[in-house]
Design a protein around this ligand. Structure first.
Ligand code: 39S
Ligand code: ZN
Length: 797
């Protein structure tokens, strides 16, 4: 029997040795010319296409980007916000991504439910489309020249997803905006057809969301028009099943429908794609792009892919119209397992990175097939088939349960808060990381290469911690951080220290632009080995009598930013992580830590794309966070940090986290979250970010004071403004000291002035009373056990 056809729908774009990062960062520093940049980029793309075609894939997506595919689409369509007009070429592209003099960057947002960020298009009032197809056409030409015309498939972001993932500032309905784009898309398709492409992939990831159920009219209209150009279209919907849209989606006038059969690795509720086909059938005459190789998981296929393909054939889909491909673009995976030298031998055969996934695609396409059509769609036999695939291949719950004590702190906030550190109004702090300077990175590299001993490395790190502490004291910050210099990354670092997780040496995955991560791999039952963060905390606390925060990454974020197991559920893994991190919280407490911060920036991105699965996710995700923290004594202040705003719709879950202090990214969302917290009558300490950490611009004192005033004006905390913390939006690791020092200094000054302005005499009296209490030395309380650390503001000294 002839093997099935094969295709790819996206591949890592960063280069086997992170060539794109290297050359772009040099270009930004004016150390590489435009010619060099483009020549490296072309070489990286050609290599990726050759790797895919060389592995035997029939149809290869002409992927490749310098920064982000959505940014490329914005550029291609020429939907340029006014503030960038007048710019062109790479200057325009990078200005939109990173901002320029007088023009703030486009917003960045999480792409679907991944740790990849895309540049958010802006549809300004009166926006127009002035397309420039030269780059995409050039890319397709190069791809054709590299692997042959019959294999090179252009890929574009579809018009519906483009509009729905954009910021619609003109208030126009989706249909109208899509209609405005269609002439440009049609023109592009016409030109591509002229180049003799076999088909065009139109990626519409948004159609995997619940919101897409309401977009039938928009999609029909769009695809009718696009199909009129005559070039075969491949509608690619990845990241989940298409749910309720399936019956009309498969009838759209496209030649190929590419679907994701796997969804999120480790999901408890199986992806419904097979079920939908078993129920409704798949239209004859169309090709099914069967995304059966898991593009989100580093685990090698354990048999689910051939089982899914066999099921499709049994359900009557003709083998001649099935294509084997990955469930989502392989961009979310590291490139090559062969680059790793330290993966345990027993694990290696069970893993597959992007390159190895290509081999799996080919193998599955060659596997023997059952007889066609033995279980007609819509019959009990079809349902039975789906059931059996599920039973064999779905993640299992380990039944790990947590008891009520582990879910609740011993005292409610109202009772425990008074036992925790008491600070002046508008206390200041930061989110954790300080600039990861080239010097720190160099130390780590030297240590890795064996040129710097572990002991010397630790000493140098201690020096950086000392610098951070001294600086914060000098700036009069209230609650200090050690600065996280020892961490490569907030998730990778924990992956290196916990049982059941391994990390890679070169397993880079693009997070945004030129910033990459090496997600750890959860490969067994996760458990605590020994304290992870205590040494650095203790060094920091020994240098100051002000409270230093213990700094942990929460269980949900570690899970969402790692490659999870696929044999047990995400929930089971989250609880394992929580029980391990819980011991870290205790270890910190035992070392004298009075404030523990448990970061959960990825809590929101883990939300399933289907709204009806939100409650299930939030229930275990928040429980896992609680299990981590409930071991804390009432006296210990638990802080959490969330970024990426937009929590209005999960306010109940945020409240249920029961953190004593909630710090949130805020400055780019116009206080939307602060208002939402105020409206929800959120009742615990909050620290909305007062300035954007993604920009090198130093915020002025006046700017920050305005921010604080705006928080107060929302009526948050029922007007009890003393519990409003003053902190930046997020960690400062990607910033330099040159802007960090003046920014923090202005932040402290702004807090000081606002304190005087709004709390005036009261605040001064309180500080004096506090200074008079036993244990307070020179305005700062000693840190002997049982005593509360309490810096007192300068007005009382
Ligand atoms: N996992 C994760 N996801 C996240 C975030 C996050 O912090 N972590 N934050 C949000 C934004 N995402 C981000 C992702 C990456 C970076 C980032 O700074 N990445 C660094 C890499 C960080 C790192 O691991 N650095 C290593 C250095 C690794 C390295 O490149 N070494 C060089 C040599 C060292 C050098 O010359 O710099 C080499 O081996 O060749 C270290 O600190 O030791 C980068 O791409 O530049 C920032 C934000 C959302 N998602
Ligand atoms: Zn953050």
């Amino acid at each position: 029997m002839a093997p099935l056809a094969t295709s790819t729908i996206g591949y890592p774009r960063i280069g086997g040795n992170r060539e794109i990062k290297g050359v772009i960062e040099r270009y930004w520093k004016k150390q590489a010319s435009q010619e060099e940049l483009l020549s490296v980029a072309n070489e990286v793309q050609a290599q990726a296409w050759k790797d895919q075609a060389g592995a035997g894939v029939n149809l290869v997506a002409a992927d490749g980007t310098l920064y982000d595919q959505m940014l490329d689409t914005i550029y291609m369509l020429g939907i340029i916000p006014k503030r960038f007009q007048g710019k062109a070429g790479l200057d325009l592209l990078f200005s939109m991504a990173r901002g320029a003099e007088g023009a703030t960057a486009l917003d960045m947002s999480k792409f679907m439910d991944t740790n990849y960020h895309y540049e958010v298009p802006e549809l300004e009032p009166g926006w127009t489309c002035k397309p420039d197809f030269s780059h995409i056409l050039d890319k397709v030409l190069r791809c054709q020249a590299t692997i042959g015309k019959e294999k090179a498939v252009p890929m574009i972001m579809g018009p519906v997803s483009f509009v729905c993932l954009a910021k619609s500032l003109d208030g126009q309905p989706v249909a109208q905006s899509v209609a405005k784009l269609l002439p440009a898309y049609r023109e592009l398709l016409k030109q591509l057809q002229g180049m003799g492409v076999p088909e065009v992939q139109v990626h519409e990831p948004y159609l995997a969301t619940t919101q897409a159920e309401a977009l039938q009219k928009e999609c029909s209209q769009a695809f009718q028009e696009l199909a009129a150009e005559g070039v075969p279209l491949n509608l690619v919907v990845a990241y989940d099943d298409v749910g309720e849209t399936y019956p009309w989606l498969v009838q759209l006038p496209v030649a190929v429908v590419s679907l994701d059969f796997l969804g999120v690795p480790g999901a408890a509720i199986p992806n419904r794609t097979l079920e939908l086909i078993a129920h409704h059938g798949f239209p004859a005459g169309k090709v099914l792009g069967a995304g059966v190789i898991d593009g989100r998981s580093v685990w090698a296929d354990s048999g689910v892919a051939p089982a899914l393909i066999s099921a499709l054939v049994s359900l009557g889909v003709a083998p001649g119209s099935i294509r084997v491909q990955s469930s989502v673009s392989l961009q979310h995976l590291p490139i090559d397992l062969n680059k790793e030298t330290k993966i345990p031998a027993d694990l290696r055969p069970r893993l597959a990175f992007a390159q190895q996934k290509l081999g799996e695609i080919i193998r599955v396409a060659q596997a023997p097939l059952p007889a066609q059509g033995t279980a007609a769609a819509g019959t009990p036999a079809a349902a039975q088939l789906v059931q059996s695939v599920r039973e064999q291949h779905c993640a299992k719950d380990t039944g790990l349960s947590v008891n009520v004590d582990q879910l609740n702190r011993s005292e409610p906030y109202t009772q425990r808060r008074a036992k925790q550190i008491q600070l002046r109004p508008f206390p200041t702090t930061s989110i954790g990381s300080f600039p990861q300077t080239p010097e720190i990175r160099r130390l780590r590299l030297q240590n890795k290469k064996g040129l710097l001993s572990d002991a010397d490395y630790a000493k140098m790190i201690a020096g950086h911690i000392g610098f951070a502490i001294g600086l914060q004291e000098a700036m009069d910050i209230d609650v200090l951080v050690h600065g996280e210099p020892e961490r490569t990354d907030m998730v990778e670092y924990f992956g290196q220290e916990l049982n059941g997780m391994i990390f890679t040496e070169a397993g880079w995955v693009q997070s945004y632009g030129s910033r990459y991560v090496r997600p750890p791999i959860i490969c067994g039952d996760v458990s605590f080995v020994k304290p992870i963060t205590v040494d650095e905390f203790a060094i920091a606390q020994s240098m100051t009598s002000r409270p230093v925060k213990g700094m942990l990454t929460g269980p949900v974020t570690i899970l969402n930013w790692s490659f999870p197991r696929v044999d047990i559920t995400r929930k089971s893994q989250a609880f394992q992580l929580a029980l391990a991190l819980r011991q870290e919280v205790s270890s910190l407490e035992n070392a004298g830590c009075r404030v523990v911060q448990v970061d959960e920036p990825a809590l929101r991105e883990g939300l399933p794309l289907k709204a009806n699965r939100w409650d299930g996710y939030l229930s275990w995700a928040v429980d896992a966070f609680r299990v981590t923290c409930t071991t804390a004594k009432p006296e210990t202040q638990v802080v959490t940090h969330l970024c990426y705003s937009d929590f209005q719709d999960i306010m109940g879950a945020i409240d249920r986290m029961d953190a004593d202090v909630l710090t949130i990214e805020n400055s780019r969302s116009d206080d939307e979250m602060v208002r939402a917290l105020a409206n929800a009558k959120y009742g615990r300490d909050v620290g909305p970010g007062v300035y954007d950490v993604h920009s090198p611009v130093v915020p002025t004192v006046a700017f920050i004071k305005d921010k604080i005033r705006s928080f107060v004006s929302t009526g948050i905390l029922g007007g009890d403004t003393k519990l409003i913390w003053v902190n930046p939006d997020c960690g400062l690791k990607t910033r330099g000291w040159a802007e960090t020092i003046p920014s923090l200094r202005n932040m402290v000054q702004a807090a000081r002035e606002m304190r005087e302005e709004l709390h005036g005499k009261d605040a001064v009296a309180e500080c004096k009373a506090m200074a008079a209490k036993p244990g307070v030395v020179g305005g700062v309380r000693a840190t002997s056990p049982g005593r509360v650390c309490q810096p007192v503001c300068s007005c009382c000294l």
